[in-house]
Design a protein around this ligand. Structure first.
Ligand code: ATP
Ligand code: MG
Length: 260
């Protein structure tokens, strides 16, 4: 069965897009059929997948508003070997226009129904806000992956996100779970990062992925070539880390469900 993951954190610049693009490519390299959904008007995941956001005939904006079908919007990331629902700044308008439409929170969920059987993983790159677009991501997903930097304010922001996830579960999507917390841009020599990382493990235990994404310049360079890091530098630490994360996800999915 397809796994639908929202990659979300309302804090900006924590590595959501880097994680979505490179996890998509890593899962695809492991023979998984992947759809990446760009839910951010910045269109960074679109560009990072090698698709020019300025030359899109149809974007996810039209899909959410219901004027185009998902199949017309979908494109292939050549370098990444996965499909993409691309976005650009047009999507910023959807925030306002969606408000007056019926089922405004479940528009993405409804649109994905038609293609769900074609994929093993659908990864949704959310914008840095707890807005209607992110809500659409959280309603469409079964679980949330939260990338975060191990710094002082990280835990504070996390409680807002966890509260939002609770509210979404109570009112809109009872199946939503926290898939895991991902430590990004990690520098093991930084004492504060070590301390925050320990606190995370104390609070969230098993929910913290074993895989840690290190700060790695190759990960920052790859988007300028419009490719995932796997195609940019196969041997880099960034590539290895995202392959390990994909392996961890596949392993977790293979485990029998825990009785709680
Ligand atoms: P936004 O909230 O604006 O959508 P984001 O959470 O999607 O941001 P990214 O765009 O993935 O974050 O990353 C922010 C910046 O940090 C980018 O320039 C990216 O290239 C860089 N970056 C992300 N992860 C790493 C890493 N592990 N090592 C080095 N640079 C990284
Ligand atoms: Mg982003």
């Amino acid at each position: 069965m397809v796994k639908i993951l929202a990659i979300a954190n309302q804090k900006g610049g924590v590595g959501k897009t880097t994680t979505t693009v490179n996890l998509a490519a890593s899962l695809a390299a492991m023979k998984q059929r992947v759809l990446l959904v760009d839910l951010d008007p910045q269109g960074n995941a679109t560009m990072g997948s090698g698709i020019d956001k300025r030359e899109l005939p149809v974007t996810i904006y039209q899909v959410l508003l219901g004027s185009k079908g998902l199949q017309e919007c979908r494109q292939r990331s050549g370098a990444g070997k996965y499909d993409v629902l691309p976005a650009n700044r047009e999507l910023a308008g959807a925030e306002v226009e969606l408000v007056s439409l019926p089922q405004r929170e479940t528009r993405l969920k409804d649109a994905l129904q038609a293609v769900m059987v074609e994929y093993d993983y659908i990864l949704i790159d959310c914008p840095p806000a707890l807005n209607l677009l992110t809500l659409n991501g959280l309603c469409a997903a079964r679980s949330v992956m939260i990338p975060m930097q191990c710094e002082y304010y990280a835990l504070e922001g996390l409680s807002d996100l966890v509260n939002t996830i609770r509210k979404v579960r109570a009112h809109l999507n009872p199946d939503l779970e926290i898939e895991g917390l991902l430590r990004t841009m990690y520098d093991p020599r930084n004492t504060l990062a070590q301390q925050v990382s320990e606190q995370l493990q104390q609070h969230f235990g098993e929910k913290v992925y074993r895989t840690v994404i290190p700060r790695n310049v190759r990960l920052a360079e790859a988007p300028s070539y419009g490719v995932p890091v796997l195609s940019h530098d196969k041997l880099s630490k960034g590539t290895q880390a995202y392959l390990a994360l994909a392996g961890e996800l596949l392993n977790n999915a293979a485990k029998p469900a825990q009785i709680s």
